[in-house]
Design a protein around this ligand. Structure first.
Ligand SMILES: *[C@@H]1O[C@H](CO)[C@@H](O)[C@H](O)[C@H]1NC(C)=O
Length: 327
């Protein structure tokens, strides 16, 4: 950080129009160890972030610095002067990238690269609503491309730009200097133009310029005709084909020997698990001391429950009535 007196000095000098280099505001130097683990942005994204931040700066300083001035006419005059001053540019650049917590370093790097172009733009009394993104990111820094263009030379994406990748994907590198312009399809779609359904999906809608693929029922393996368990080409493990109902969940727990003596069986869709009985039980058909087939040694049946015979065991065991929270 510059000390405020030094900063003020610099601003005064800048107001008298010294060489541009002197008036450059250096990006804040960051400690690399506090670099967040957030994914780094692509160059184009970082440039867009910088431009957004700069636009916010324009808004932030749009109403001038001299609010509450003397006579209204004087205030008006100062505002007009400030509007195009180096001082305002300094004010904007001092706040630049400050709100971009996760990507502030990348934003600052971009701010540094963009500085000469920003200054040139500022010097020509610009229209503040002009397209800075195109000027900075596409034309000057060459980190982005226009919409539906990609790669080093901003070549048009392959195919019909009003319906790229059939609306089911995006052009690789769209709007950036990266990628090769081929389609990156959304989940469920394949093909050069994302016009086919991938395995595990079926065609649920089609007209002249659109297809929709929907996921098969979860009981299906290797594809399906429609979305119900009856439409599967084959059943997943844990499901059995039934001529009426299609692929049905197998209730593994129907097999009484599925689990050991001190466990009970829990069925789930496509699977099952064996869970230990409450310790008051010797065999059980569910969780808790009220689900015992027989009571374990040292426990006796009182009503629905198996209760410890001795007080000292009992005291801790009251808590086991709480249901196993995993279930
Ligand atoms: C385009 O890029 C993708 C992903 O990097 C790659 O898989 C594909 O083979 C490339 N296609 C062409 C035609 O270069």
């Amino acid at each position: 950080m510059m000390s405020s007196s030094k900063c003020l000095f610099k601003i005064i000098i800048c107001l008298f129009g010294l060489p541009a280099g002197f008036c450059n505001v250096q990006p804040t130097i960051m400690n690399p160890s506090i670099l967040s683990p957030t994914k780094t942005l692509g160059e184009c994204q970082a440039c867009k972030l910088f431009v957004e931040s700069f636009k916010k700066g324009l808004e932030r300083t749009a109403r001038g610095k001299y609010e509450g001035g003397d006579a209204a006419w004087e205030e008006e005059k100062l505002k007009t002067t400030y509007k195009r001053s180096e001082m305002r540019l300094v004010d904007i650049q001092e706040g630049i990238c400050k709100d971009e917590k996760d990507h502030s370093i990348q934003c600052h790097n971009m701010a540094e690269k963009a500085e000469e172009y920003i200054e040139a733009w500022w010097a020509q009394n610009p229209d503040e609503s002009s397209d800075l993104l195109t000027y900075i990111c596409i034309d000057s820094l060459k980190t982005c491309c226009p919409k539906h263009h990609f790669g080093k030379d901003c070549i048009p994406c392959i195919g019909d730009h009003s319906n790229l990748c059939n609306g089911n994907g995006k052009c690789r590198g769209d709007g950036t200097r990266k990628g090769n312009g081929t389609c990156l399809c959304d989940p469920g779609y394949i093909g050069d133009n994302c016009d086919q359904c991938s395995t595990g999906y079926y065609l649920s809608y089609k007209d002249d310029n659109k297809i929709t693929c929907s996921p098969c029922h979860r009981a299906c393996m290797g594809g399906c005709r429609h979305g119900t368990p009856k439409d599967c080409f084959a059943c997943k493990p844990g499901f059995l084909f039934d001529s009426e109902e299609g692929c049905l969940d197998i209730n593994e727990c129907d097999d009484v020997n599925r689990c050991t003596k001190d466990e009970f069986c829990m069925n789930s869709i496509g699977s099952f698990k064996c869970v230990s009985c409450d310790k008051s039980c010797s065999g059980c058909h569910g969780d808790g001391p009220d689900m015992c087939r027989k009571c374990a040694n040292g426990y006796s049946k009182k009503g629905e429950f198996c209760i410890a015979d001795r007080e000292d065991e009992d005291s801790s065991d009251k808590l086991t009535m709480t249901r196993n929270t995993e279930l």
